[in-house]
Ligand binder design. Structure first.
Ligand SMILES: Cc1ncc(COP(=O)(O)O)c(C=O)c1O
Length: 377
């Protein structure tokens, strides 16, 4: 079976020096020495050298989004505009921060919520903050969102969970990244918040540690969202092999694109794929039902995944929680129902990619189904 995803994690040998440091430090969580080292390397090697004081590392990408939203100090029930084409964590973080998710359709080519789409939906829906999503790790336009923030005065928290190797940072926006094992820099579980300034990052750091202030008092209710020293050890070992991780991902993309071109079949990839290597390789097949294709590929030993499917408003848990901004979700429905994420990870061989593309091509030639089939509103 060619697996959809096999995490690309450091070997035990690479971890040992960092685990020995933990042994010597006797410091296991609560912002220890490895936390600070990992933060410094992340900012230097992945986040264009921004001041590490603007970063807070936490226990997951989901808690990163929630804590960034909580840091805004909004009234409970304030409305948050986001994309209908995302992972459930986006909306769960919004709900957990006592805010109200408002969802809208996506851009046809980038599959993202863009500043233009957001601006069309602001006034009517009384939006107080926007959470654009870097779907599949394709970065959002930081320049575009900074201009949006300047024009509207609204805060922007980018759910850039899968995009740590691609997302540029603007000084006025918040960003939440995931370090889950399935992300390009996986540590097991973890998240990163980039704040507009150091004082906000410090407030989030306190919030992630029960809200404790110096002197052990608590002024604002917090939670426990700390990352352990062990996860930071994995992160440091990942930094040591960053060049190899990036190279492998880029080689994989190149192999897929070359193979697809050779067969000259009708597929759509996300705008930006020529510049950025995505976290997940999501392909939209014209006139094909993704559910059927999924079954056929699985039957032939290739595991794919329908990610960001169904649209977020279709989950029973969110049905009564979500407000619709768009009149229809045509683009999101099309991309969600006709697409599949193909195997895309550091353990794939050239022959795995060749086999996957051959099978896709063979199945596409044999099948052509008509309409996309989800509309749960
Ligand atoms: C768009 C998006 N947001 C948030 C998350 C949640 O990140 P984590 O699993 O680290 O909590 C994910 C995880 O896949 C994601 O894809």
């Amino acid at each position: 079976m060619i697996s959809y995803y096999v995490p690309d994690m450091p070997s035990t040998e690479r971890l040992i020096p960092y685990l020995k440091e933990i042994d010597e430090n006797h410091w296991y969580s609560n912002y220890g020495p490895l936390y600070h080292k990992f933060k410094q390397r992340l900012s230097n090697e992945c986040l264009s050298g921004i001041a590490p004081e603007r970063l807070t590392l936490v226990s997951s990408g989901t808690s990163a989004i929630e804590l960034a939203l909580r840091n805004l100090g909004l009234k409970p029930g304030s409305k948050v505009l986001t994309s209908s084409f995302t992972f459930p964590a986006t909306v769960e973080a919004i709900i957990n921060a006592d805010l109200k998710p408002v969802v809208c359709d996506i851009d046809q080519d980038s599959w993202l919520l863009t500043p233009e789409i957001a601006e069309r939906n602001l006034v009517q829906n009384d939006i107080t903050v926007v959470v654009p999503v870097a779907a599949f790790g394709m970065p959002v336009s930081s320049e575009g969102w900074a201009r949006f923030h300047e024009r509207t005065g609204l805060p922007v928290v980018v759910d850039s969970a899968p995009a740590i190797l691609n997302q540029s940072i603007d000084d006025n926006l918040y960003y939440a990244f995931s370090l889950h094992a399935t992300k390009p820099i996986g540590v097991g579980e973890g998240g990163v918040i980039v704040c507009p300034d150091k004082s906000k990052a410090e407030a989030i750091r306190k919030m992630a540690n029960f809200g404790f202030e110096p002197g052990r008092t608590i002024i604002n209710t917090g939670t426990n969202a700390k990352i352990s020293e062990y996860h930071c050890a994995v992160g440091l070992a990942q930094m040591d092999r960053l060049a190899a991780i990036k190279q492998k991902r880029s080689d994989n993309l190149e192999m897929y694109v070359t193979q697809f071109r050779r067969h000259n079949i009708k597929i759509r990839m996300q705008a930006g794929i020529d510049t950025f290597v995505p976290a997940s390789l999501y392909v939209v097949f014209e006139r094909v039902d993704a559910g059927e294709l999924f079954e056929q590929l699985l039957g032939n030993g290739v595991e794919t995944r329908r990610i960001y499917w169904p649209l977020i408003q279709c989950f029973p848990a969110f049905k009564d929680e979500i407000i619709f901004a768009s009149l229809n979700f045509k683009r999101a429905e099309e991309v969600s129902s006709r697409g599949l994420a193909l195997p895309f990870h550091g353990h794939l061989t050239q022959s795995d990619i060749g086999k996957t593309v051959e099978l896709v091509v063979r199945n596409l030639a044999a099948k052509a189904v008509s309409k996309p089939s989800i509309n749960c509103r």
